[in-house]
Design a binder for this molecule. Structure first.
Ligand code: ZN
Ligand code: ZN
Length: 191
């Protein structure tokens, strides 16, 4: 098995710890790294194949999870952070020196995921973060240069790693998004 999905998926076996309450993220600068304190376990952690999420060198996927935004604080070198694309739904705050994305934030209060920040737990040395539970936007890795002919093997590798591959988000999150839209349109029915 040679496909480099992501270091956390390729090499890590340990599961998240039950009593884990968060940790510190650091960018990849060897001197004066940006530091972000997260006082929460990560929710909905998943592998993502989209071209916007930050990936470590050589990985086909990013691993991205969410935490409540009021549990995330930039604790050092905030001046090194800049938003990658201020037109994007998720404002990804990246280190201007090393390029690592420290957190992504949704500023649109009408968005279904407003209140959640997106983080990459591999930037933390703390053990106990939950590992990714599924893979999203798998077909999008073609946009980043993976040949379409490789996708069968990529999807099989993901399944072998216990990450069900989806070409959008997983059904649970897609249902959340659709329910949010239905509520906004007045068509939502509870049962
Ligand atoms: Zn993504
Ligand atoms: Zn940096």
């Amino acid at each position: 098995m040679a496909l480099p999905i992501h270091p956390l998926v390729d090499h890590t076996i340990r599961k998240g710890a039950e009593d884990f309450t968060g940790g510190t993220l650091r960018c990849q600068c060897t001197r004066d790294p940006v530091e972000v304190r997260v006082d929460s376990q990560v929710l909905f952690n998943h592998a993502c194949g989209c071209t916007k999420c930050w990936k470590p060198a050589g990985a086909l996927f990013s691993v991205v999870g969410v935490v409540p935004r009021d549990r995330l604080t930039v604790t050092a070198r905030a001046e090194k952070l800049e938003v990658v694309d201020d037109k994007a739904v998720i404002q990804r705050h990246a280190c201007t020196a090393c390029g690592a994305h420290l957190y992504g934030r949704i500023e649109n209060q009408d968005h279904a995921f407003y209140g959640l920040d997106f983080i990459h737990t591999e930037l933390s040395d703390d053990a106990g973060w939950d590992l990714p539970g599924f893979a999203a936007f798998v077909s999008s890795i073609i946009e980043a240069g993976t040949p379409p002919s490789a996708l069968t093997e990529v999807r099989q590798t993901l399944r072998d790693k216990g990450l069900e591959p989806h070409d959008c988000l997983n059904p649970e999150l897609m249902d959340l998004l659709a329910a949010h839209t239905a509520k906004a349109k007045g068509t939502f029915r509870e049962a």
